[in-house]
Write a protein that binds this ligand. Structure first.
Ligand SMILES: O=P(O)(O)OC[C@H]1O[C@H](O)[C@H](O)[C@@H](O)[C@@H]1O
Length: 315
C-alpha cells in the first residue's frame, strides 16, 4: 500500500473479540502483533507474509476472568501453584491500562505499546504489596517481537516483596513430533510431572512424544525451536530470566482442559522464559527487568543447510 496514502497505523487501539480492548502493532514490511489489555496478553504475532506464529486455542472464548489460552500469558507474581495465589498469579486475569507517561525507555521501533498494571485495594487484600508493573510490547523493524517487563516495588511501608514471573509463550508448530528444541540439553530441570524432582537432561536436543512439564534451570539466553516440517526456526532470546519452562499437555491432559481442543497439543509448544525456581526480591524503590525477544527465521535444517548450533551462536 506504500504511496497509496492508505498506509495503516503502526499502533492502533481497537476492539477485539467480545469488545475487549486490543492494540494492533504493525511493522514496516507486513508483520503485526496484537495485545489485549485484558491480561496484558499478546494474542497474535505474524511475520511479513501474514503467517501466525503463536498458538491460540480455537476453544478460547475470550471471557474474563478466565485467562486466555494461548499467545503469551504473563505469569506474575506466582508461577504455577508455587504459592497461595491462583495458578500463575493474577496478572493474566487483570485489565491493564495503557501507560501514557512511561519513564524513558529507548527503542528503535515505531511500533510499540506501553502497558501498566497497578494493584487495586481488592488486589492488595490478596497480595499486600504496592507495585508498578510496566510492560512494553514492541515489534522490531525486521518483525521480531520484543517484550520488556519492569516491576517496581512502590511499598510505602518499607517492606520488600518477592515474586516469580514467566512469559508463558505458546508457539504455533506444524506437528509436535517434528519439533526439536536446542539449548536445553544437559541442563538440570525440575519435573512437574514427578513432584518437582530434580533431574539432568541427557543427550541431544529435546524432542516430544509424551506430556512434558519441566522447569529448566540456568537456561542459556538463547534457545532455538526448530520446526522441521514448516522449515521454520524460532529463536528465543531472554534476559533477566534464568529458567525456561517447557510444556505440552499431550492427549490425555488436553481432554481434561475445557479451553483446549483434544488434538491441539499437536500444534503448539510452550517454551517459557521464566524466573520460576528462585523468586525475585525487590526492596522499596527497586526495579527488576525481564526481557524476551522472539524471532522466526526460515530454516532448511532438515536438508542440512542450517546447523542448529549456528542458530544458537549467531546474534
Ligand atoms: O492451565 P494453565 O494454568 O494456563 O497452566 C498451563 C501450564 O503452565 C505451565 O507450563 C506449567 O508448568 C504447567 O504445569 C501448566 O499446566
Amino acid at each position: 500500500m506504500a504511496g497509496s496514502g492508505s498506509e495503516r497505523a503502526a499502533v492502533e487501539l481497537c476492539k477485539g473479540i467480545n469488545g475487549l480492548d486490543k492494540v494492533v502493532l504493525r511493522g514496516p514490511r507486513g508483520s503485526s502483533a496484537e495485545v489485549y489489555l485484558y491480561g496484558g496478553h499478546v494474542t497474535s504475532w505474524r511475520n511479513d507474509h501474514g503467517e501466525e506464529l503463536l498458538f491460540v486455542s480455537t476453544k478460547e472464548i475470550f471471557k474474563p476472568p478466565k485467562a486466555i489460552r494461548g499467545g503469551i500469558p504473563i505469569c506474575f507474581p506466582q508461577f504455577g501453584s508455587n504459592g497461595s495465589l491462583e495458578q500463575h498469579g493474577f496478572a493474566r486475569n487483570k485489565f491493564w491500562s495503557i501507560d501514557t507517561d512511561p519513564p524513558p525507555f529507548p527503542t528503535t521501533s515505531k511500533s510499540f505499546i506501553d502497558l501498566i498494571l497497578k494493584p487495586s485495594e481488592e488486589d492488595m487484600q490478596k497480595w499486600p504489596h504496592s507495585y508498578e508493573f510496566r510492560l512494553r510490547v514492541a515489534l522490531g523493524n525486521g518483525g521480531d517481537l520484543m517484550l520488556t517487563s519492569r516491576v517496581r516495588n512502590t511499598n510505602a511501608d518499607g517492606k520488600p516483596f518477592t515474586f516469580a514471573f514467566a512469559y508463558h509463550t505458546y508457539f504455533s508448530v506444524s506437528d509436535i513430533s517434528e519439533v526439536r528444541v536446542e539449548g536445553l540439553e544437559t541442563l538440570d530441570y525440575l519435573d512437574n510431572l514427578e513432584n518437582k524432582e530434580r533431574f539432568t537432561e541427557q543427550g541431544d536436543a529435546l524432542t516430544f512424544e509424551s506430556e512434558v512439564d519441566k522447569v529448566y534451570l540456568g537456561a542459556p539466553t538463547k534457545i532455538a525451536i526448530l520446526d522441521h516440517e514448516k522449515k521454520r526456526t524460532f529463536v528465543l532470546r531472554k534476559d533477566g530470566l534464568p529458567d525456561a519452562v517447557v510444556w505440552n499437555p499431550w492427549d490425555k491432559k488436553a481432554k481434561t482442559m475445557t479451553d483446549f481442543g483434544d488434538d491441539e497439543y499437536m500444534h503448539m509448544l510452550c517454551v517459557e522464559a521464566a524466573a520460576a525456581e528462585k523468586p525475585i526480591t525487590l526492596k522499596p524503590g527497586e526495579e527488576w527487568k525481564g526481557r524476551l525477544e522472539l524471532s522466526a527465521v526460515p530454516s532448511s535444517y532438515c536438508s542440512g543447510q542450517l546447523d542448529p548450533q549456528k542458530v544458537l551462536q549467531s546474534s
